[in-house]
Design a protein around this ligand. Structure first.
Ligand code: HEM
Length: 130
């Protein structure tokens, strides 16, 4: 039978997808709705026995950073890439549930990879336009 936890998890993953689409399309309503719902559903899931863990705590920090960075919808590809990388890093945390060091490393590495990818594609796009 489907449990409340499973429904919360489905809502949470859908919210995370909405957040990423909002970041990618630079669509503020999607970003806000996805972020808000990811926060609420994440807190609900965490309250169901997980509690305070390195990956829930740093997931929360990542979400706040995504909200703060995404609110300005950065037009610079490198910044947009870094935010998308950070979001991917949070997905990594949620799925693998590492300790403090692993969780911090995952967020830093994924953000840097996203930044590099954003820069690369930004430069390619500029070259294609010229
Ligand atoms: C950008 C923000 C977030 C993203 C992209 C995200 C993504 C995800 C994903 C993809 C899962 C499914 C993992 C799995 O089933 O293996 C998940 C699960 C979960 N997330 Fe998040 N999440 C975010 C924020 C948060 C926050 C802020 C919290 C808590 C404060 C949280 C708590 C949880 C919990 C407790 C689970 C359930 C883990 C499990 O059942 O294995 N998440 N999240």
């Amino acid at each position: 039978m489907t449990t409340g936890y499973q429904i919360g998890l489905a809502v949470h993953v859908l919210a995370a997808m909405t957040l990423v689409v909002g970041l990618a399309l630079r669509a503020r309503p999607l970003l806000g709705a996805g972020g808000g719902l990811a926060l609420l559903s994440g807190l609900f899931l965490a309250s169901q026995g997980w509690g305070f863990q390195p990956w829930t705590a740093l997931g929360l920090v990542g979400l706040v950073a995504l909200g703060a960075g995404g609110a300005r919808l950065p037009p610079v590809p490198a910044a947009q890439g870094a935010l998308l990388g950070l979001a991917a890093g949070v997905v990594w945390l949620m799925a693998t549930k590492p300790g403090w060091t692993g969780a911090l490393l995952a967020l830093v590495i994924s953000s840097l990879l996203g930044l590099a990818a954003g820069r690369y594609w930004g430069v390619r796009r500029e070259r294609a336009v010229v």
